[in-house]
Design a protein around this ligand. Structure first.
Ligand code: ADP
Length: 489
């Protein structure tokens, strides 16, 4: 094989290129290898004698060989120093048949004998490996990640970005990152972006400002952004991690609302408690003075005065009941009794004992099925049952009351029923009777405060259950409530 490179040139060049740390290969116009340095020998696994005089294609993988002469010809036509294969991935072929990714810089060398091409070949396997590891890490990240270059073009997005913003990645790549910024912030963004590039550092974006992203469909959502500068041999990039905080924002708002509610509830309870408590003392003295008035002057006053006194006594009694009920109500949540196993059978018996006088007086029949043990606050459960049975007695109408308390297991809770044969409740009112002060009757027909069922509901809620009524006017009522079953007792 005759080479056309004069030996003088080869000598000079060899001395130079052997000293550079990069693999260098020189070819003539026809593509014949005329010069190979030590690094190139090592890189491709050939001795230089094996390469000299061969076509350069020997170092090109088979699948690219067909197009290579054409590309080479094009370069020699308009030779200028430039990287080879712009936009394409280049590979070298070793003697042992393995391929590896490379980057090639081409420089034409004009000599008396014509143009030679010097190519500097860099093995970029390590860089490619790191890059694909980086891409895989970004892709797998649970947060949206967007990488932009110095002019703000998106160069990389991950799956989470597609999901969060509703775009396919092809729609985002090469777009300006402002496409993800709501229109009202968009014009200010490039300025902020270049300021960041001027002094890049890892930090949160928009400290103190609320940030928003905009989806493909135009909807906005609150976000938090972490910025991370990446210096590569291709220049400066910024990788941003974007977290959708709508849920966090919602949870935060919700939590604040709940806290505020709880605070005001506690305040309200304190107030109700103190107010009712404070009312009790003067009322007790009014009651006893009126009682004194009645007993001392009963026979000395006329019928009119006696009637007034009776009315005062009644009103004061009503007021006392009201205050006592209110106190009961406001105490329910403030009582800090720990829950313990409570036998509902005993609760029932206790309630019956407390109401025994009325039961006898009204000739009521009161019975129960088998009642379970539940976890709860004993005194509150007595109060619950007492209120329900008390109502069944009170709203019994003309018939002798028949009241039956029972329980059945449904799923993982107990469903209790207090059934009566009383006046019943119109469907329209069946929800509101559980509200505080809601009652359906005139004080004259049925005295009461409208607090009893509100107490019941609060007790049941505190035990993690629900309460409701099924009833029809004149057909009796069944009050149901549930208490979660607790295993292990
Ligand atoms: P109060 O009995 O003091 O009015 P409650 O909160 O205990 O207050 O009851 C609210 C209303 O629900 C009562 O006014 C009554 O109209 C209705 N009610 C409660 N229990 C029964 C019942 N067993 N049968 C019919 N109506 C009832």
């Amino acid at each position: 094989m005759d080479t056309i490179v004069p030996s003088r040139t080869v000598e000079q060049l060899t001395a130079i290129i052997d000293s550079v740390p990069t693999a260098v290969i020189m070819v003539d116009q026809r593509g014949t290898i005329v010069l190979v340095n030590a690094q190139a020998e090592r890189l491709f696994g050939y001795k230089s004698v094996e390469l000299l005089g061969e076509m350069i294609d020997i170092l090109v993988p088979y699948r690219f060989r067909a197009e290579h002469p054409e590309l080479r010809a094009r370069f020699t036509k308009s030779p200028q120093a430039r990287p080879m294969g712009a936009g394409r991935d280049l590979f070298g072929l070793r003697k042992d048949g393995t391929e590896f990714p490379i980057e090639i810089g081409l420089s034409p060398v004009q000599t008396d004998e014509g143009i030679f091409v010097v190519s500097a070949v860099i093995d970029i396997s390590e860089r490619k490996r790191l890059e694909s590891r980086f891409r895989a890490t970004v892709e797998a990240a649970p947060t949206a990640m967007v990488m932009i270059d110095q002019v703000g073009s998106i160069v990389l997005v991950n799956a989470e970005t597609e999901r969060l913003f509703g775009y396919d990645r092809d729609e985002l790549l090469h777009q300006k990152v402002e496409v993800l910024v709501p229109a009202r912030f968009r014009s200010a963004h490039p300025e902020l972006r270049s300021r960041y590039f001027a002094a890049p550092e890892a930090r949160r974006m928009g400290a103190g400002r609320d940030l928003f992203g905009v989806r493909k469909d135009g909807s906005e959502f609150p976000i938090e952004i972490g910025l991370n500068p990446l210096m590569t041999d291709e220049g400066q990039f910024v990788l941003s991690a974007i977290v959708d905080i709508s849920e966090r924002a919602q949870t935060k708002a919700l939590r604040q609302a709940v806290e505020a509610l709880e605070r005001s509830n506690i305040e309200l309870q304190r107030f109700a408690y103190v107010a009712s408590h404070d009312l009790q003392t003067p009322m007790r003295s009014v009651a006893s003075f009126v009682e004194l008035l009645r007993s001392t002057y009963a026979d000395k006053l006329d019928a009119q005065a006696n009637d007034w006194i009776r009315r005062i006594v009644d009103s004061v009694k009503n007021l006392q009941t009201l205050v006592r009920d209110l106190l009961d109500y406001s105490r329910i949540d403030s009582q800090t009794h720990r829950f313990a196993p409570v036998s509902f059978q005993e609760v029932f018996e206790h309630a019956v004992l407390l109401i025994d006088a009325s039961v006898r007086e009204m000739g009521a029949e009161l019975g129960s099925g088998e009642l379970p043990v539940v976890m709860g606050d004993r005194s509150q459960l007595v109060q619950l049952l007492l209120n329900l049975i008390g109502n069944s007695l009170k709203y019994s109408g003309d018939r002798p009351p028949r009241i039956y308390v029972s329980a059945e297991r449904i799923g993982n809770e107990w469903k209790f029923a207090v059934k009566d044969n009383g006046i019943g409740i119109d469907a329209r009112h069946q929800e509101r009777i559980f509200e505080l002060f809601e009652r359906l009757h005139d004080q004259r027909d049925y005295p009461g405060t409208g607090i009893g069922l509100a107490v019941c509901r609060r007790v049941v809620h505190r035990h993690g259950g629900r309460i409701w009524v099924e009833s029809e006017p004149n057909q009796g009522s069944v009050f149901y409530f549930t208490i979660p079953e607790v295993t292990g007792i």
